[in-house]
Design a protein around this ligand. Sequence first.
Ligand SMILES: Cc1cc2nc3c(=O)[nH]c(=O)nc-3n(C[C@H](O)[C@H](O)[C@H](O)COP(=O)(O)O)c2cc1C
Length: 381
Amino acid sequence: MSKFPRIQDLEPIAFRKIPPFIHAYLDAGTGSGHAMIRNRKALDEITFTPELMHGRFEPNLKTNLFDQQYALPFGVAPIGLSSLIWPSSEQHLAEMASRAKIPYTLSTVAGASIEDIGKKSVGFGWFQLYPPHNRDIMISLLNRAANAGMRVLVVTGDVPGPSRREDMRKAGAPIGSRNATKITPKMLFQILQHPNWALASLSLNGKLRFKNMEPYAPKDSLKPISAFIGEQLNGSLTWDYLSEIRSNWKGKLLLKGVMRASDALKAVDVGVDGIVISNHGGRQFDGNPASISVLPSIRKAVGSNFPLVFDSGIRSGLDILRALAMGANFVLVGRPFLYGIAAIGKRGGDHVTKILEEEINNALVQIGAKNIQELRQRLDL
Ligand SMILES: Cc1cc2nc3c(=O)[nH]c(=O)nc-3n(C[C@H](O)[C@H](O)[C@H](O)COP(=O)(O)O)c2cc1C
């Protein structure tokens, strides 16, 4: 804590340790990065005026969501190919989540398999689905997630097509290329300048792995796996398809990427159990408003009891409190967990969780709020 007391202290260390094309993959927004900046600016502008004389108290951070108690009001957002950012990140973060009793969300396009992460997250695993066009693959993925003990399915709706991610292209990441799994000479040059990352990544064998999707790729095709994944996952989701997923998933269902109250209401009609308000951390569309700015209108539309999860731009415990005060029930944190792993290694996720927990506790004491209801009363509107 004396070396890295804040998330922002981990970020530069992480970026020194990973090659620039990986840095760009983790950190890039899209377009000119305005949606990402807007996320931060809008969060920073939310303030609380403290109330005095509450004596000494210890805030209770336990949070109930979907019939399960979590030790803290936040979890790990799905990050595709986390194991490319730092090897075995998915395993490390799933184990961290089960130790901390918070959820870990495994992406459809993770390097680790549903089965492996189900074992490691022991009851704290959520699975994020990019719905494949092929319904048999969708049903197979849902069965695998249920059999692996994943409690919550997060269906991502805000990727109607690939984003341009200009900073990634400039850094040499093979976005838009037909063979996105191949290591190019530019990538190789960057890898050789980051020997620790390269050593840790030797298991990649020069290829990226997509263990959840690999079993479905045609065995005799000459096309790279990334082309198959792109064909299956891009622009597949419609309201009817979401209904099909609802009928095939008995656990709790969240729709992620909602930014409009009207879409939230349609999702409620389809029968989702909750919504993730998110602009994908500013990675998909640069014209998006800050996610936090749409939260109040969505809360108003769905009523006070409907579960709302929030992500995009969260970088501190205070940010988590800002989202909860604005009407969220729970928060997901994306990039910071990968900064932690890349900067410190295996236990980096634990350190990020500890920072966020300490910051939440400290801010609640400073504000003079013992619970979320009191926190909302101290919010400056
Ligand atoms: C490198 C990276 C990969 C991501 N991959 C996925 C993904 O596979 N599925 C998904 O639903 N969201 C994905 N997201 C979006 C995150 O789940 C989350 O919405 C976003 O990171 C939140 O913003 P934050 O990073 O500022 O906390 C990804 C985000 C990043 C940074």
